[in-house]
Structure formats: C-alpha cells, structure tokens
Write a protein that binds this ligand. Structure first.
Ligand SMILES: *[C@@H]1O[C@H](CO)[C@@H](O)[C@H](O)[C@H]1NC(C)=O
Ligand SMILES: *[C@@H]1O[C@H](CO)[C@@H](O)[C@H](O)[C@H]1NC(C)=O
Ligand SMILES: *[C@@H]1O[C@H](CO)[C@@H](O)[C@H](O)[C@H]1NC(C)=O
Ligand SMILES: *[C@@H]1O[C@H](CO)[C@@H](O)[C@H](O)[C@H]1NC(C)=O
Ligand SMILES: *[C@@H]1O[C@H](CO)[C@@H](O)[C@H](O)[C@H]1NC(C)=O
Ligand SMILES: *[C@@H]1O[C@H](CO)[C@@H](O)[C@H](O)[C@H]1NC(C)=O
Ligand SMILES: *[C@@H]1O[C@H](CO)[C@@H](O)[C@H](O)[C@H]1NC(C)=O
Ligand SMILES: *[C@@H]1O[C@H](CO)[C@@H](O)[C@H](O)[C@H]1NC(C)=O
Ligand SMILES: *[C@@H]1O[C@H](CO)[C@@H](O)[C@H](O)[C@H]1NC(C)=O
Ligand SMILES: *[C@@H]1O[C@H](CO)[C@@H](O)[C@H](O)[C@H]1NC(C)=O
Ligand SMILES: *[C@@H]1O[C@H](CO)[C@@H](O)[C@H](O)[C@H]1NC(C)=O
Length: 363
C-alpha cells in the first residue's frame, strides 16, 4: 500500500471523526462488567425552575430521601422545596451495564403528553442528556414521528458502574455549562483533567462544547458491605448520605472520615418491615458504635448488608490516617492512551465502517 493511499485513509478518518464531534454524538458511558448494576447520578437542571417533588416524579425516584441524600440536603426537606432556574440537582437512578455501555435500568418511564415530540422529550424534558433517536431505539418505535399521547416511554440515561483504577466511584452525568473547561470541571468535582479526558475519550480539551454530556467520576467511600447484600455495591459519593436496608440504616460519606462509609441506625419507620431488625455486632454494640484504639485506628461496628429478613454488622478496624488509593484524585498512569484509543473505536463505529470501506476501495 503506497504512502498516498495511507494518507488518503488518514484524511478520511479525520474528516469522518470531525463530523462526529461537530454533531455531538449521543453520550455513551463505558460500562465494562456485563449485567453489573449500581447507583448512578445525573446533574439535572431546569431553566424554568422546579421543585424536588417534580424532579422526583420525572425520574421516578422512589423516595424523596434518595434525592435529599444525594444532595446532602437535611432529611426533613419537603417535596415542595424550590429548585431555582438552572440550579443543578443530583438525581440518583439505577444503572445497568449492557454491551459495554451503561444505561438507566428500566427507568425513568415517561408518560407522553399531547403535543410532545421525541426531540422535545430528549432535549427539553430530559435536558439533553440523551438524543431522541436513543428513545426511538430503546422503545422499538418504528416511526419517531408517530408517538401517542398517554403512551409510556423508557428514557435511557447514560451511566456506568465501572470502578476507576480499582477505586469505587459514582458516575455522574454532567452537562457542560457554557464558559466551563475540562480543568474547571475537574476541579469542581474533585478529579483531574486527565481522568476526565481518558474516561470520555476526549483528545482535545478545547473541543469541549456547552451542552456536551460528560462522565464525571465522583469519589465514593469504601464500605464493608458484602457482595451478597441486597444493596451491593453500596456506592455513596463524597459529601452525601443514603438510607438503606429498607431505610433502617443511614450511611454517610465525607472526607473527615477518610472516605470510609459511616453507618448508623436511622430511627426511621422501615419501608418493607414492620420494625427494623436489631442492627448490632453483639449485645449493646450497635451499628456505628466506635472505640478508638489509638490516634488513627478505631474499631467500629460496621454495617455489612441486609437481606429480606435481617441486617448484618461486623466489628472492623478502620485506619483513619491511611492514605487511601489514588481514586478519582489520582493519576491514571500508562493505561490512558489505550483507553482513549479503545474509546475512539467503540464509540465511533461509523469511522470503523468507513475505514473498512476505504480499505476495500484502495486494495
Ligand atoms: C446478562 O443477562 C442476560 C439476561 O438476563 C443473560 O442472558 C446473559 O447471559 C447475562 N450475561 C452475563 C455475562 O452474565
Ligand atoms: C429540620 O431539622 C433541623 C435540624 O436538623 C431543624 O433545625 C429544622 O427546624 C427542621 N426543619 C423543619 C421544617 O422541620
Ligand atoms: C448487544 O450487542 C449485540 C451485537 O452488537 C446485539 O445483537 C444485541 O442486541 C445487543 N444487546 C442489547 C441489549 O442491546
Ligand atoms: C420552560 O417553559 C417553557 C415555556 O412555558 C416551556 O416551553 C418549556 O418546555 C419549559 N421547559 C421545561 C424543561 O420544562
Ligand atoms: C401510528 O402508530 C399507530 C400504532 O402505534 C398506528 O396504528 C398508526 O397507523 C400510525 N400512524 C401513522 C401515520 O403511521
Ligand atoms: C469531598 O467533599 C468535601 C466537602 O464538600 C470537599 O472539601 C472535598 O474536596 C471532597 N473530596 C473529593 C475527593 O471530592
Ligand atoms: C463476593 O465476595 C467474595 C469474597 O468476599 C468473593 O469470593 C466472590 O467471588 C464475590 N462474588 C462476586 C459475584 O463478586
Ligand atoms: C451505640 O449506638 C446506639 C445506636 O446508634 C446509640 O444509641 C448509642 O449511644 C451508641 N453507644 C455508644 C457508646 O456510642
Ligand atoms: C494503625 O494500625 C496500623 C496497622 O493496622 C498501624 O500500621 C498504624 O501504625 C496504626 N496507627 C497508629 C497511629 O498507631
Ligand atoms: C421486601 O420484603 C419482601 C419480603 O420480605 C422481599 O421479598 C423483598 O425483596 C423486599 N424488598 C426490598 C427492596 O428489600
Ligand atoms: C440473617 O438471615 C439469614 C437467612 O436469611 C440467616 O442465615 C442468618 O443467620 C441471619 N443472621 C442474623 C444475624 O440473624
């Protein structure tokens, strides 16, 4: 194959690639463990302003407490709490990995109103977190222009369950605001520009556009929850809390505890039990009870999970001084360019097809 032919191929690839970027392809977050499920977050905002209750309905979030916890709002905040125009609220939703891509797991379901178009639903109602053809594909609609008021649509939101360099993170779908940069976004969310570029397959930080959807990994606390627990993996992002085990247990994640999840009895009325089963390590040692060993180490009765009948706990030693693994604040090392290249290939099947066509033509 001659040099000019190679050049021609490269030129075709570049042209095709630029075309894709300009059209802002649909957000596809890499999610590698087939069938893995987890919690993810989306940074929703509404230009008209809204309420927490309306956000909860739109995204089919079961309990308002889930939204309150994700935003570290006091647990007595009500659903009428106002959300200002363009104020960003973190909305938790279940994620599932299929075919190397993460999508919201069977939720949200949107009831079509009179006059709705798929384009409006994707762009306005769900704030551009997806493109309208994704709704068409996900719902097997033969004709995007023929939807019936009263019908129900599954809205596939981008998400991921992948750990980052072996450290637990929550993937947060962030809509880029005009005037922000990869650096400013990295700083805002406690990560690095390099991680954002690699995770999102971005080669040129200057190509970032307002409205683009970025996969932002938020540091999650390490927890003692076993993989057999109903709520495994219990991912709780920094500076947030969740109620789990049918709301019998409250778990907090914050940097002052060295990013180790701290759980305690919630004293709420359980959602699926008549009373909360006793959550203790031994008699009179309850989840959250802690004894210090020395300046750094302490023994805690840690929450380890729940099933349909009970809540389990174990005494664990926690080192609150140990420097934790790099996580979302660390460096990505030499894996970076490989990830970027793979991302390019898998996210741009279009290029691949054109390259193959071009090759066939040249040969
Ligand atoms: C994923 O789930 C589907 C449907 O439940 C199943 O057919 C498939 O075998 C699962 N794949 C893996 C790798 O577990
Ligand atoms: C919510 O709880 C806080 C204490 O956590 C209390 O100061 C505040 O008055 C409560 N607000 C309402 C509306 O009950
Ligand atoms: C996964 O990809 C395969 C091959 O590309 C396709 O046949 C299958 O329908 C996809 N599965 C889902 C759930 O999208
Ligand atoms: C904001 O209000 C305008 C005018 O009423 C409406 O067309 C639009 O759909 C609203 N946007 C959202 C996200 O609700
Ligand atoms: C629209 O879809 C319905 C079924 O969902 C079908 O009965 C109807 O013929 C379609 N209309 C057009 C114009 O294709
Ligand atoms: C965790 O949250 C605290 C308080 O909001 C913040 O100071 C800290 O930088 C955050 N850490 C990370 C890794 O995001
Ligand atoms: C669950 O954790 C145990 C060790 O605690 C491990 O041996 C097992 O492979 C894990 N199972 C899954 C499905 O990850
Ligand atoms: C142990 O935990 C229980 C339940 O949260 C709490 O009421 C009690 O005060 C704790 N005891 C000690 C010694 O911290
Ligand atoms: C905490 O425990 C670790 C080992 O578990 C030990 O290496 C470390 O020195 C202890 N910290 C202090 C301050 O004693
Ligand atoms: C609620 O309880 C029933 C029966 O005990 C159980 O099968 C179900 O999985 C529970 N649901 C949750 C979310 O824990
Ligand atoms: C919790 O329930 C499981 C069965 O569902 C049982 O095997 C186990 O002994 C129970 N643990 C406690 C601490 O009650």
């Amino acid at each position: 194959m001659g040099g000019s032919k190679v050049l021609a191929l490269v030129a075709i690839a570049v042209v095709v690639y630029l075309g894709e970027v300009e059209g802002q392809p649909e957000a596809k977050f890499k999610c590698t463990t087939e069938n893995a499920t987890c919690r993810s977050l989306i940074g929703y905002s509404n230009p008209n302003g809204t309420t927490l209750g309306d956000i909860r309905s739109l995204f089919n979030v079961k309990h308002l407490l889930e939204i309150l916890g994700a935003n570290n709002l006091p647990s007595n905040t009500t659903k009428t709490h106002k959300v200002g125009p363009n104020e960003v609220v973190r909305v938790p939703f279940p994620c599932k990995c299929t075919n190397n891509t993460g999508l919201s797991n069977a939720l949200p379901l949107y009831k079509i109103k009179k006059g709705d178009t798929l384009y409006d639903i994707a762009t306005t109602t769900f704030a551009g977190f997806l493109k309208y053809p994704q709704i068409q594909v996900a719902n097997n609609l033969p004709d995007a222009n023929n939807i019936t008021a009263g019908g129900t649509l599954y809205i596939p939101l981008p998400c991921s369950c992948d750990a980052l360099d072996g450290t637990a993170v929550l993937h947060y779908a962030h809509r880029v605001a005009s005037g922000s940069s990869v650096d400013s976004i990295a700083q805002e969310f406690g990560t690095t520009s390099q991680i954002l570029l690699d995770l999102n397959g971005i080669t040129d930080p200057k190509s970032l556009e307002a409205g683009q959807i970025l996969d932002v990994p938020l540091r999650a606390c390490s927890s003692s929850v076993k993989n057999t627990s109903f709520d495994s993996p219990l991912l709780v992002a920094n500076a947030s809390y969740v109620y789990t085990a049918n709301e019998c247990v409250k778990c907090n994640c914050d940097s002052s505890n060295n990013y180790i999840l701290q759980c305690e009895p919630s004293h709420l009325k359980p959602t699926n039990w008549s009373v909360c089963p006793s959550a203790e390590c031994s008699s009179n040692v309850f989840i959250g009870n802690t004894t210090s060993i020395d300046a750094c180490n302490r023994t805690t009765c840690a929450y380890t999970g729940y099933n349909s009948r009970n809540i389990t706990a174990e005494l664990v030693t926690q080192d609150t001084c140990a420097v934790p693994p790099s996580g979302s604040g660390g460096s990505t090392g030499s894996g970076a360019s490989r990830i970027t290249f793979q991302g390019l290939l898998s996210n741009n099947l279009f290029i691949l097809i054109h390259l193959v066509l071009a090759l066939v033509y040249v040969l």
